[in-house]
Ligand binder design. Structure first.
Ligand code: FAD
Length: 478
């Protein structure tokens, strides 16, 4: 009989356990992707994610066609769509790779139970993680709350499986079920078409992912530990959207790093530093699995009483990169233009929203969700709560980033600011992170008129810091 292979966030043929298991069943394989925004709970995909998904599905369809197969596109509630396809294809089994978001877990477990009850084989496998969230437990047999011991436990457990190679052929059914036309899903923006910067920056799909990885191994890895905090240097892999959509798996990345370190022992520590970041990705999912309220509620209950401000004007200035703090604005504009922001700047921009503007971290989480091409429920929620100080293993609330000093330290020549805030491009490095302090003659020389060509700071750092600390100190003690 036929096997339905349900693609989700595993949009690749390499190291795809559900695909391998579907082929191993022996019959034909019918690959399907179901657009089911209603099945995503409170988190249907945002604009940048929809853009990415469109191109990634197109790439997957091409890759499947090259192996004698096809991608069947359907839209609607997943359970209903699967039922129809089982009938149409005469399928005896449905296989998929797991997702870990609370809404997906609820939907998928109900589907699995129902299929089994009706005598249809249903199996889910692991394509997305090095370790299943429930495998890693503390000595007291509980989920971890702190990253370092979590990662130590992961490394001690070891046993990361070798990735599976992509199959050469995928057995096709005699007749294909009908599918939707991808363009008809209207995942791409039309008017206005805001995706020009995304198109310039990214190649969604498995081939694009492999290319990123190999160029990072060739030219980024050696300097990774020293350069990863420098937004001006492009020192990170930019693999996050590819990892989120499963266009490359963590096992393949892990193995590539191990090979690089085995070939060039000097790369060992850089490889471990990179693997540790993959560890943060694992940790976020581990947290979300243990605490499904992570995207909505503070893990530290004291923060439920935080007196968040409501200030649509300030929120808008932050979203558009018009706060008057150059490194924050550069980050927010990089995000808007390219769908991605450097991690160091994400931390500074998030801290600015939460602490300088005292707007709820959920406002920032929602904006990132809509604009990031790597928008990921676990990573996004865990990171926002980390910055807010309300998460597990979080930065303490009272540690407030100074956006000027952060800029001067991590973008010392102002290259990053110049790239994304062109109206400041001609300011000397000495003033680029605090244009309001520059002498009038310097501003005039650089063509900057504060309040006109570039905003004055929307809040004063020292005053904002005092207000934030006062609000924090007024919270009930633990
Ligand atoms: P690299 O440095 O090359 O790291 C390799 C991989 O490790 C990344 O691709 C990513 O999958 C993982 N990783 C790295 N840092 C982290 C981290 N701190 N937490 C979890 N995983 C990590 N990452 C997302 O993938 N999706 C999000 O929605 C997201 N939202 C964030 C929101 C805030 C407020 C902050 C501070 C961080 C967020 N991050 C998110 C984490 C991090 O910023 C990105 O993963 C990273 O910048 C991606 O760039 P890269 O691939 O070049 O990273």
């Amino acid at each position: 009989d036929a096997t339905l292979l349900w693609f989700r966030q595993d949009l690749r043929l390499d190291d795809n356990p559900a695909l391998a298991a579907a082929i191993a069943r022996g019959g034909s394989v019918v690959p399907v992707f179901i657009l089911d925004p209603g099945g995503e709970g409170d988190w249907p995909p945002g604009g940048a994610s929809r853009w990415w998904l469109h191109h990634s599905l197109a790439a997957l369809a091409t890759a499947l066609a090259a192996r004698g197969s096809r991608l069947v596109l359907r839209r609607g509630p997943a359970a209903k769509v699967l039922d129809a396809l089982i009938r149409e294809a005469g399928a005896g089994a449905v296989l998929w790779n797991r997702r870990y978001e609370p809404a997906a877990i609820a939907r998928d477990s109900a589907i699995k139970q129902d299929l089994k009850r009706r005598g249809i084989a249903a199996e889910s496998l692991n394509a997305a993680l090095l370790f299943e969230p429930w495998e890693i437990r503390s000595r007291s047999d509980a989920p971890f709350k702190v990253f370092t011991p979590f990662w130590r436990a992961c490394l001690e457990r070891g046993g990361i499986a070798e990735p599976l190679d992509a199959p050469k052929r995928i057995p096709a059914p005699d007749a294909w079920p009908e599918g939707d036309d991808l363009d008809g899903w209207r995942l791409l923006p039309t008017k206005p078409d805001w995706a020009g910067g995304l198109r310039a920056a990214w190649t969604p799909g498995e081939a694009g992912a492999r290319e990123r990885l190999s160029s990072f191994l060739d030219s980024g890895l050696a300097g990774y530990a020293a350069r990863r905090d420098r937004p001006d240097l492009d020192g990170t892999s930019s693999l996050s959207p590819h990892l989120h959509w499963g266009e490359i798996g963590p096992r393949r990345s892990w193995q590539a790093l191990e090979h690089a370190a085995a070939e060039t022992p000097a790369l060992r520590s850089a490889a471990s530093a990179y693997q540790r970041q993959l560890g943060w990705r694992e940790f976020s999912t581990h947290l979300l699995h243990a605490r499904p309220e992570l995207p909505a509620d503070p893990l530290d209950a004291r923060f439920a009483a935080f007196p968040w401000e409501s200030d649509p004007k300030a929120l808008r200035a932050w979203q558009r990169g018009l706060t008057g703090y150059p490194v924050v604005d550069a980050g927010m504009r990089q995000l808007w233009r390219t769908g991605w922001m450097h991690n160091r700047v994400r931390m500074v921009a998030a801290s600015f929203l939460i602490k300088h503007l005292r707007l709820h971290w959920r406002e920032g989480e929602a904006w990132f969700w809509d604009t990031l091409v790597d928008a990921d429920l676990a990573n996004n929620a865990a990171s926002w709560q980390w910055v807010a100080g309300s998460g597990a293993d979080a930065a303490p609330y009272f540690r407030i980033f100074n956006p000027v000093l952060q800029g001067e330290k991590f973008d010392p020549d102002g290259t990053y600011v110049r790239r994304h805030v062109p109206e400041l491009a001609r300011l000397p490095a000495k003033w680029i992170h605090r244009p309001w302090a520059a002498p009038d003659a310097v501003l005039a020389d650089a063509g900057v008129t504060l309040g006109k060509t570039y905003p004055r700071p929307i809040v004063d750092h020292a005053a904002a810091r005092r207000l934030a600390l006062a609000a924090f100190q007024a919270l009930p003690r633990a």
